[in-house]
Design a protein around this ligand. Sequence first.
Ligand code: ATR
Length: 291
Amino acid sequence: MKITGKTKILGIFGYPITHTLSPLMHNAAIERLGLDMVYLPFEVEHKDLKNVVDAIRALNIIGVNITIPHKESVIKFLDEVSDDARLIGAVNTIVNKNGKLIGYNTDGEGYVNSLKNELGFDVKGKNIVILGAGGAARGIVFAIAKKGAKKIVIANRTIKKAVSLANEFKRHFKEAEILASGIDEQSFKKYLTDIHLIINTTSIGMNDKGDLKIPFALIPKNAVVSDIVYKPLLTKFLKNAERFGIKTHSGLGMLVEQGALSFKLWTKKDMPKIIVYKTLQKKLARSGRIL
Ligand code: ATR
């Protein structure tokens, strides 16, 4: 990659930031398309968030991703926020439009796109169980409700959080049936028998820590079991589902598709996804996390 006097800067703000795969992903796409751009990681503490957001304008950075823990708190420093990001309550992408900073959220839509592109799975009219009710679940519940899912069950360890998330989105998506449940087997097993998709949005299974146990035998054989965790690519949750002969969907697709939506917002170009997938798979395999 050649840096010139005209090279445009993209980046990601988060804390910690050293494990992010976004620079690898976006720089692979930039290089393949021959763009005079570079995507850099910035470790940003909470106390510096306003200053670094202002620096996007001052340094003429064309756009950034926002990651944990700033996705919610960054909103107050922006000039404009898309309707979707406002409803989700979180921003993962900022576009610098001639000095005006506009916030978007591509996480949920990226997730829905990855189901569609990898498996040809359309969430419209489907019964879906979501495990977890944190920030990642919010974006996904929003996106699948918007795309016309029929029934959405939010199952969470802290049931109060599931209830409040379900109530909030019920107000916006009147056609969908949105329910809350505990995450223990007894509470949500009744919802499994007619599902089309179950999604783990909790951090259980990340870096092979913890094992999310659910009664796979109750899940219809034509359903999909999905995990947004991508380290390892095949989590214990997905491995167990495969043992029951159930189709699985890993978190890598969401990473790439949310990135592709951000990339398009910044560059107006389609991300070359094949090269990006290959680059990320190679990296994840090299760090001992084999597909
Ligand atoms: P994120 O932005 O990645 O979603 P988060 O907002 O901290 O992170 O949410 C983490 C989710 O994982 C929550 O739903 C959390 O459940 P609680 O609301 O009960 O805390 C869930 N989670 C994390 N560790 C868990 C565990 N060991 N067992 C069950 N759920 C867990």
